[in-house]
Design a binder for this molecule. Structure first.
Ligand SMILES: [Zn+2]
Length: 91
């Protein structure tokens, strides 16, 4: 999944989407296996629940990172990587 030739912003957005996905997994696991009254397996809520705006900003950043990944990075470093990869995949 993580390409070595990706630029730093692309790597960071990949990491954010990974962390966001992991957090959703924890939320689901907490709801199923944890106490229904204490759904505190949400790491983001656990860390930033005290500051609602900070929690919201984290969700927003993860969402933006997911959209950024969907469209892909257009910088020269990522572009050269994509060209090399799609070329080898198609042939
Ligand atoms: Zn890039």
């Amino acid at each position: 999944m993580m390409k070595k030739c990706m630029c730093a912003p692309a790597k960071i957005s990949g990491l954010l989407v990974f962390v966001g996905g992991l957090n959703w997994g924890l939320v689901g696991a907490g709801m199923l296996f944890g106490s229904m009254h204490d759904m505190s397996w949400n790491l983001v809520h656990m860390l930033l629940g005290r500051w609602m705006w900070a929690e919201a900003v984290v969700y927003l950043i993860v969402g933006v990172a997911a959209i950024a990944m969907l469209f892909g990075c257009k910088c020269s470093k990522c572009a050269s990587c994509c060209v090399a990869e799609s070329g080898s995949a198609k042939m």
